[in-house]
Ligand binder design. Structure first.
Ligand code: DPP
Ligand code: ZN
Length: 844
């Protein structure tokens, strides 16, 4: 397979002025008629006429009305064309029913739908399928199905047809079409300039009562983008469609967002608090793309972070405004430190803006998305809130209707704020997590912090430059009072010192407040000092982090030499739990322990080879110790924190439930499951029943509850996804593989549906000690399933293969077994480009 390089970018020889498409829908033989007006691109003298296409049966092709026979070339076709503008027409046939890859036009439960990002449009018709070719689209759909949707505004409909007109130039990856027997949950939104927008969430009959929450989230997002970014919606309609078979979470097609149904449908009895929060965030995310992604799009796929990092940043801001800013920041930082640092530290590490790829689908990563968002946050920290707003306004003003680059984005910041961002730009090109070591000096009232930064080598990048790192620091005196409030220090060199004068006593530093930069902080400290910060730090993130570090030190000790947790941790935790001035959601975060995977990562980072069984046993011992030490407090919280009144998914109630349920999980470790059984039996919402079931499964109990859940929900696909995931993910390590294999034979294991596949296979891989069993059979099991799925759905298979990215952490035997599995995959005939690239990178 061919590797594509950023450095090889060349502008498109031909631009598209207008696209007209007609779809005659039929399950196995859909006809697609295209009429496309091409004009020469004045930016280049190259006039080669190339159209992408994959799996298309061409019935006819014409240029300016004359029949032509295009030449087949790798990835598409070429033809001889006039010197000036011309019209291309083609009629092709595609097979939506046979499209199991879920890219292009495919069918799901009798409904037609599309997924064109990144390169799916070429499976629909011949086209310059690259994001820097933007055009207005007119679409006609012919089908007997009652609901026919596409991008833009409705432009007429009749018996068996509908037309749509999208006036905003867009790249083909934002094209969408839906046809099906769907029902709508409708509403309207009046924009800041007084235009009324018709909103619709389209779902299968029976799901219409599960759309209200998503609709509220949509309206809140539309209002928020007006208020915070001054961005107004620009069409008469905005539609969202829920589809069961979907590779990704959701897709921001212009005016017609398509969502994995797991991220739209929610009711208290079927969705958990976490799902509600996630739905709200993803609805916002896709809506925000209307400006950051659609109106201003990406020049090429290397610029993916231009739209994704910025849009994730915007959805994070939205959630902070809607819910608790402190809790949201801790959740996001925690995701970075676990999953993104894991990617950055392994064989799949890549820059936020990658410089080469084989299959772009493999780069929809936590690095591009989440680290990309952290870069926006750092930029804002460096230029200030006003500078940020000015720069973003300038960016929109300058690039509306264009396909832009990271250079364009940074240029807008440089011009709007006068700041030189050449060093900052390294964050986009340099992979890996900088490691920041800290040393301290105290003399005559002067306190000096010296930082040293070092970014370890990553695949293909051995030499790293120093980055600009905004370090938010505060200082506390030994009484716990803040003597220096949060100050942002700008580190630009490899080693740099900062001094604070006039202090009465040696301070305790609180460094990297609010996770001000995506770096790994390495500072020699004691459990006593961590407990001090847990008690006194005014920065919620660092307060949480102090508790986290205490927990991690207890867990790594328990996992290596079986030491019991010390008093600093147990007492500090107890005080935090009882501190009624603290938000319950915050206390829940302090109480929830790092996962086994995180413990393995921490041990590896400290130079110890993680032993999955010892980690499993150690984590359990720490849970038992916490529960034993704080049984009365936990029991009190479990009881008192249950919200009263009807279920509401808002931040306050969800926060109370999360604290109650974190307490329950620990209590279940010592009460034999009594409380969890009672809660499961009484629960009137999914959050409470799942928490109880999970607590039971985690102690190897809950068979009856699992069966009850199964019997009650077997007709509900999303609820059953959760069941598969919980069973495989929480089964006791020694039973995990047997349980999972049995679940794989369950008649409801519809493995071709990505959600179900990810629930079971991903759930099992999340069962750290079960997946990493010493005999390697956990690895074999996952490998078998990857190879079974790959021929049908390469994208989902490739995504799931990341469960092997941590192979380098483990002992030689496990490493050998994982590598043997990766080699088995690599040696398979007709492996997809997607999975092939992933295993090659993991093998190194
Ligand atoms: N562009 C989508 C998103 O919103 C992914 N396909 O992230
Ligand atoms: Zn996105």
């Amino acid at each position: 397979p061919q590797t594509i390089h950023l450095a090889d970018y060349a502008p498109p020889p031909w631009l598209v002025e207008r696209v007209e498409l007609t779809f005659r829908l039929a399950p196995t033989a859909t006809r697609v008629l295209s009429r496309i007006r091409f004009v020469p691109n004045p930016a280049t003298s190259d006039r080669r006429f190339f159209l992408h296409g994959e799996g298309l049966k061409t019935l006819s092709a014409r240029i300016d009305g004359a029949e032509v026979t295009p030449r087949e070339v790798p990835g598409g076709i070429e033809a001889d064309v006039p010197d000036g503008a011309f019209t291309w027409e083609a009629e092709v046939e595609v097979d939506p029913a046979g499209n199991t890859a879920l890219e292009g036009l495919y069918m799901s439960n009798g409904m037609y739908c599309t997924q064109c990002e990144a390169e799916g449009f070429r499976k629909i018709t011949w086209y310059p399928d690259r994001p820097d070719v933007m055009a207005p689209f007119r679409v006609r759909i012919e089908s007997d199905l009652p609901v026919l949707l596409s991008n833009g505004n409705p432009a007429g409909s009749g018996d068996g047809w509908a037309e749509w007109d999208d006036p905003w130039p867009k790249p083909a990856y934002l094209f969408a079409l839906v046809a099906g027997d769907l029902v709508a949950h409708r509403d309207t939104f009046v924009t800041m300039s007084g235009r009324e927008v018709a909103l619709g969430i389209w779902v299968r009959a029976g799901d219409e009562d599960r759309c209200a929450f998503a609709m509220e989230a949509l309206k809140a997002s539309m209002r928020w983008d007006e208020e915070v970014y001054g961005r107004e919606y620009d069409l008469d309609v905005f539609n969202i469609v829920a589809v069961d078979d979907f590779n990704m979470g959701a897709m921001e097609n212009k005016g017609l967002n398509i969502f994995n149904s797991a991220l739209v449908l929610a009711s208290p009895d079927t969705a958990t608090d976490a799902t509600f929060e996630r739905i709200e965030a993803v609805i916002a995310h896709e809506y925000f793309h209307n400006w950051t992604g659609n109106r201003v799009t990406c020049r090429d796929w290397f610029q993916l972070c231009l739209k994704e990092g910025l849009t994730v940043y915007r959805d994070q801001q939205f959630t902070s405004d809607m819910r608790s800013a402190a809790v949201k920041r801790i959740e996001d930082a925690s995701l970075m430190r676990t999953r993104q640092f894991r990617e950055d530290g392994g064989p799949l590490a890549h820059p936020v803006r990658p410089e080469s790829f084989v299959e772009i689908n493999n780069f929809y990563t936590i690095t591009v998305y989440e680290k990309g968002a952290e870069l926006i946050g750092m930029l804002k920290r460096l230029v200030g809130d006003d500078g940020y707003r000015k720069a973003v306004d300038l960016y929109f003003q300058r690039h509306d209707g264009e396909a832009a680059t990271i250079e364009d984005w940074l240029a807008a910041f440089e011009e709007a704020t006068g700041r030189d961002l050449s060093q900052f730009k390294l964050w986009y090109s340099q992979a890996g997590t900088p490691r920041l070591t800290v040393s301290e000096q105290w003399e005559d009232g002067t306190y000096t912090l010296t930082f040293r930064q070092e970014t370890p080598p990553t695949p293909g990048q051995t030499d790293k430059q120093p980055l600009v790192i905004p370090l938010a620091v505060g200082l506390l005196n030994p009484n716990g009072d803040e003597v220096v409030p949060t100050t942002v220090l700008e580190m630009t060199k490899e080693e740099q010192s900062f001094t604070f004068d006039g202090l009465a006593s040696r301070p305790v530093p609180s460094i990297l407040r609010n996770f001000s930069a995506p770096v790994r902080l390495d500072r020699a400290t004691t459990d006593a000092e961590r407990a001090f910060l847990l008690a006194h730090d005014t920065d919620p993130y660092n307060k949480w982090d102090a508790g986290r570090a205490l927990a991690m030190s207890a867990l790594t000790a328990a996992a290596t030499d079986g030491t019991a947790p010390g008093a600093d941790y147990l007492d500090g935790l107890g005080r935090t739990l009882r501190d009624e001035t603290l938000d319950p959601a915050f206390r829940a975060l302090v109480l929830s322990l790092p996962s086994e995977d995180e413990i393995a990562q921490a041990l590896h980072a400290a130079g110890t080879t993680p032993d999955p069984d010892a980690i499993h046993a150690g984590r359990r011992a720490v849970q038992e110790a916490i529960a034993g030490a704080h049984e009365a407090t936990l029991a009190d919280l479990h009881e008192r924190m249950q919200p009263t009144g009807p279920y509401r998914p808002d931040a306050d109630d969800a926060g109370r439930r999360s604290l109650a349920n974190a307490a329950l999980a620990l209590l279940t470790r010592i009460d034999g499951g009594a409380r969890a059984r009672t809660q499961f039996a009484a629960a009137d919402n999914m959050t409470q029943s799942v928490a109880a079931l999970a607590a039971l499964l985690a102690i190897g109990a809950g068979e009856d509850q699992s069966q009850t859940y199964h019997d009650r929900w077997q007709g509900e696909r999303l609820v059953m996804d959760r069941w598969f995931g919980l069973r495989a993910g929480l089964a006791p390590a020694e039973q995990a593989l047997d349980t999972t294999q049995e679940l794989a034979r369950h008649p409801a294991f519809h493995w071709k549906t990505p959600n179900r596949f990810r629930a079971l296979v991903g759930g099992f891989a999340n069962n750290h000690a079960g997946f990493h069993r010493a005999d390697g059979r956990g690895y074999e099991f996952v490998t078998d399933w990857l190879l079974k799925l790959d021929p049908l759905n390469p994208q989902t298979a490739a995504g799931m293969s990341k469960v092997f990215e941590t192979w380098g952490r483990y002992d030689a035997e496990r490493q050998g077994k994982i590598r043997a599995c990766l080699r088995r995959i690599a040696g398979t005939d007709r492996l997809s480009r997607d999975l092939g690239e992933m295993v090659q990178r993991m093998l190194g």
